[in-house]
Ligand binder design. Structure first.
Ligand code: SF4
Length: 517
């Protein structure tokens, strides 16, 4: 270790912290080949948590020995070789399941320890990794999925995301953070990276320095969801493009050395920022970076929530990007192979994943657009989804997740399809379903948030149920949705939503959105 663990002497460190002092999480990468030879039974139970640093969680039930794996996809951008490699892993080891997450990463399920070394080798060959995909470490860096092709970006952020990702990826100086740590870097003027819900976000800005207009970033810190959600707050600094890595290192160092390590539920950066305030946070940051200019002008025109359906012109003349709906983010391995073939045939082989769990195929010449749209696979993964399935997001839920209280993914798909069969709204309504308060499905920012709970009933005992939240958005710096009174048994959720949206439909003005209603 190149740094001093200033917190190590704290007598109130929680159990997880004490374990992390015994062994760094990234060391699990050295141990996995041995466990793969010896089998799941050889892994001591107290080592299970370390697997998170390698992007691996034990899926439900843990004792069965199957892993969920998350692979980092910085900014959601994959080349053709990477896409095919991921499809191959899903086909060969993951029972064909391929999930796109709300942070642009990819998740596999049903993996066994014996298979992990081969999977790691396949990923390494194409420049992908699972390091930092889970655990108390810098997670996948969320970015503009349209970086480099986007008429609505201030500048291309591809190389900046890559530089920051490569610095933190598998870096033992920053692999023992107080909790998970989420960063976004985007210059899209419609907030494509959901800046306000990250621990730290670089957002597009400009400033006149020495008589010249400079394009760079403002920085927001202290956002995050879970049971105590916070919206990130703006620091009074302007960061030139060449200094992003330095500022990201400084903020991460502050979190590592000053973040709370006593109570796990108070360890996210958001609690430190809330207690210090942005002024004190900025002062500490400048101790690391030296002087930074004060803020300039934020260049933000609204929020697109990561939706890009349809055919759109790129910055590059004659080229288009096409946005498709992936219902609740789940594809089959065969579908991914087919998408990879199409992107090779008609585009440059790339695909981009969005935090809405959808995908974009970039770099399609004008002359090929119609051919792409007529491919059979795009009857299901469509460019013109119906109102509800097109704007539904779901976390993993009880199918695989140990923390889940209810089933989510398949249920969200069924609910959305049912609503689409019953109602036709003239505006989309974004529904986010989660299986517990941890909010992997970003419940707090949905027009409608559905959060799973258990509910006691007279006749059926404990049943799956949902709390309903309304009015979440990241427009105008953001507002989290608010809980309606009561809970709804899961079997009644479809009918309750039909009633709610029927009322909305009957009483709204034409074109009025759920947010404005
Ligand atoms: Fe699991 Fe809860 Fe995250 Fe859903 S929100 S995947 S139930 S931890």
């Amino acid at each position: 270790m190149a740094y001093e663990k200033t917190w190590a002497a704290n007598p109130k460190l929680n159990k997880t912290e004490l374990k992390k002092l015994e062994k760094d999480g990234l060391k699990i990468f050295d141990e996995i080949p041995r466990y793969a030879k010896e089998g799941f039974a050889a892994i001591p139970q107290e080592d299970w948590d370390y697997f998170k640093w390698a992007g691996l969680y034990l899926q439900r039930p843990k004792e069965a020995g199957y892993f969920m794996m998350r692979v980092c996809v910085p900014s959601g951008i994959l080349n053709n070789e990477q896409l095919e490699t991921l499809a191959g892993i899903a086909r060969d080891y993951g029972r064909g399941l391929f999930d796109i997450t709300t942070r642009q990463a990819v998740q596999f399920h049903w993996l066994q320890i014996e298979q992990i070394p081969d999977i790691f080798q396949r990923l390494k060959r194409v420049g992908l990794s699972t390091a930092g995909a889970c655990g108390d470490i810098t997670r996948n860096i969320v970015g503009n999925p349209l970086a480099g092709i986007d008429p609505d970006e201030l500048f291309d952020t591809t190389h900046i995301v890559r530089e920051v990702y490569e610095f933190f990826q598998h870096n033992e100086d920053f692999s023992n953070l107080p909790r998970k740590y989420k960063m976004s870097i985007s210059a899209n003027v419609y907030n494509a990276a959901n800046a306000e819900i990250h621990c730290v976000s670089f957002i597009p800005a400009k400033k006149v320095i020495d008589g010249q207009e400079v394009l760079g970033f403002h920085v927001k810190v202290g956002g995050g969801l879970s049971s105590a959600p916070h919206l990130a707050q703006l620091l009074d600094i302007f960061v030139e493009q060449g200094r992003v890595k330095e500022v990201a290192i400084a903020i991460t160092t502050i979190f590592r050395d000053y973040g709370y390590r006593e109570k796990r539920h108070r360890s996210r950066l958001k609690f430190l920022v809330a207690d210090w305030g942005v002024e004190k946070f900025k002062e500490k940051l400048l101790e690391y970076t030296g002087p930074l200019p004060s803020k300039g002008e934020t260049v933000q025109k609204g929020w697109n929530a990561g939706y890009f359906y349809g055919v759109h012109r790129q910055k590059q003349e004659g080229l288009n990007y096409i946005g498709f709906n992936v219902p609740v983010g789940r594809l089959s391995a065969d579908e991914v192979f087919e998408i990879a073939r199409i992107t090779r045939q008609y585009g440059n082989g790339e695909v981009r994943f969005c935090n809405s769990q959808n995908l974009v195929i970039p770099n399609v010449p004008d002359s090929y657009v119609e051919s792409v749209l007529h491919e059979k696979i795009f009857e299901r993964i469509t460019v013109r989804p119906k109102t509800f399935i097109g704007y539904s997001v779901s976390c993993t839920g009880i199918e695989f997740c140990n923390l889940a209280l209810v089933e989510t993914k398949e249920r969200m798909r069924h609910v959305a399809e049912y609503l689409d069969s019953r109602l036709q709204l003239d505006v989309p309504v974004r529904i986010h379903m989660v299986g517990c308060p941890n909010s992997c499905g970003q419940r707090q920012i949905g027009d409608i948030g559905l959060q799973g709970i258990k509910m006691k009933t007279k006749d059926k005992g404990m049943v799956e149920a949902f709390e309903i939240y309304v009015g979440g958005t990241l427009q105008n710096d953001g507002k989290f949705n608010e809980k309606l009174k009561g809970k709804i048994p899961a079997e009644q959720i479809e009918e309750v939503l039909v009633l709610l949206f029927s009322y909305f439909q009957e009483t709204k003005l034409p074109g009025e959105t759920f947010l404005d209603y």
